[in-house]
Design a protein around this ligand. Structure first.
Ligand code: URA
Length: 430
């Protein structure tokens, strides 16, 4: 079959800082998905895009073409507003777990399609799979039924959703082209738009533990994604939030579920509660719900009731004992003072090395592995007090985990006050 365009011409256009036409973009995505563009050609094109960028019209068309590569879900038959949240990924980021049931309390359905972790950032499905019996894979009918009955579902995206992105993301992962803003924005938004949510709140992480290390880059990514959402008729808002230090006091799988349940029981670390409530307020506002009080729904058990129904609906036992790591080692504070820094990337890499994450897609994760932190930046610590507990089933991993924690915790003389702002910016317009 003769092709409409030639891949080499398309690569040359982006290499020479030109602009691709809508037809060229449609052909590129379609031809790559069906194998008519080779991986090495797509890798070269991705690198040209990483280096030279894309304009707004190109990114929008690229996203539309990725959506068109697969199915598009439709929740209009539910007869209620839908809202979803997407985080660009961080360390200790368990917010989806308390957030989805919390928003559902107010009659807004939450169809949360989530992923597994790769590298130092954890995956929501890996965390939930530490609950005995819980199942990530649902059919579209099961998802729809659960949204109608319970109001919230967290499950794996089916293979039919944006298949072009699955192929492209795997290629970007091994060709140093993940970090291109047009490619990240179109990858995330193609899946969220195809998922069929009516509104979307983006949690764009900024700092050492995030893709975006500085605020300028994060603002550009957020503006690009908000524009893509709005162009597609999805009411989209982005919060930029701090990922210089882990969220909460746990990074792992079962231990993050446990911390989420504490939040649903009205307790839990203050930063996890603050971000959960703020994201719930944004999601509810985007979905048109006024005067909701999500903080109260965490305190009075309404969110916990939805959580238990949501876990049970997917075969899990919300009251079952969670897996515990076989071995632990503690790191102690070397001096008196104030903990002024606890580096998110170092903690994420250490948790990953302990077995909480995977190096390759096929690897299994350890449910009990991870890091329990005993102090957050700003806390007073005394020499010899525990700072962190490392957890794993495979103690030979302790040395490598400790290596990545060298210099991660910085203790300064008493009186020092680290400045920490959790929510750094809000972007509602492109
Ligand atoms: N998450 C995605 O889904 N895609 C990216 O490109 C980066 C993060």
């Amino acid at each position: 079959m003769s092709e409409q365009f030639d891949a080499v011409d398309i690569i040359r256009i982006k290499r020479d800082r030109g602009t691709l036409s809508p037809e060229q973009i449609d052909w590129t995505i379609d031809a790559y998905t069906r194998g008519a563009i080779a991986d090495e050609q797509m890798a070269a094109l991705n690198m040209a895009i990483l280096l030279n960028g894309m304009d707004r019209a190109e990114i929008s068309r690229w996203t539309t073409a990725m959506i068109a590569s697969g199915e598009r879900m439709d929740f209009s038959a539910l007869g209620k507003a839908t809202s979803d949240k997407h985080s660009t990924g961080g360390v200790g980021d368990k917010i989806t777990l308390p957030l989805a049931p919390l928003v559902a309390v107010f009659g807004v359905a939450v169809p949360q399609l989530s992923g597994r972790g790769l590298g130092h950032t954890g995956g929501t499905l890996d965390k939930l799979e530490s609950i005995p019996g819980w199942r990530a894979g649902l059919s579209n009918d099961e998802m729809m039924r659960q949204l109608a009955d319970v109001g919230a579902v967290i499950c794996a995206a089916g293979a039919g959703l944006a298949p072009a992105d699955k192929k492209l993301y795997a290629l970007r992962d091994v060709t140093g082209t993940v970090e291109a803003i047009p490619l990240i924005a179109s990858s995330i938004m193609s899946k969220k738009i195809a998922e069929g949510t009516g509104s979307l709140v983006l949690d764009v992480k900024v700092g050492s533990g995030a893709f975006m290390k500085n605020l300028d880059q994060a603002q550009e990514l957020a503006r690009t994604m908000v524009a893509l959402g709005q162009d597609a008729g999805v009411n989209t808002v982005a919060l930029l939030t701090n990922m210089a230090t882990p969220l909460g006091l746990t990074a792992g799988n079962a231990i993050e579920v446990q911390e989420s349940v504490e939040v649903l029981a009205g307790g839990g670390p203050q930063d996890v509660v603050e971000l959960t409530v703020r994201l719930a307020e944004e999601m509810l506002a985007c979905a048109g719900v006024k005067d909701a009080d999500p903080a109260a729904a965490l305190k009075d058990g309404r969110a916990m009731d939805v959580w238990e129904s949501m876990i049970e609906a997917q075969g899990g036992d919300p009251r079952a004992k969670l897996p515990v790591a076989k071995e632990s080692e503690t790191i102690y504070a070397p001096a008196d003072g104030v903990l002024v820094e606890l580096d998110a990337l170092s903690v994420g890499v250490a948790a990953w090395r302990l077995g909480a994450g995977r190096a390759r897609k096929e690897d299994a994760v350890q449910a009990g592995a991870g890091i329990r932190m005993h102090a957050k930046p700003g806390a007073l610590v005394r020499a010899g007090e525990p700072l962190m507990t490392l957890l794993t089933d495979t103690p030979e991993k302790f040395d490598r985990a400790r290596e990545s924690l060298q210099g991660a915790a910085v203790i300064a003389p008493e009186g020092s006050r680290p400045a920490f702002q959790l929510i750094l910016d809000r972007i509602a317009e492109a």
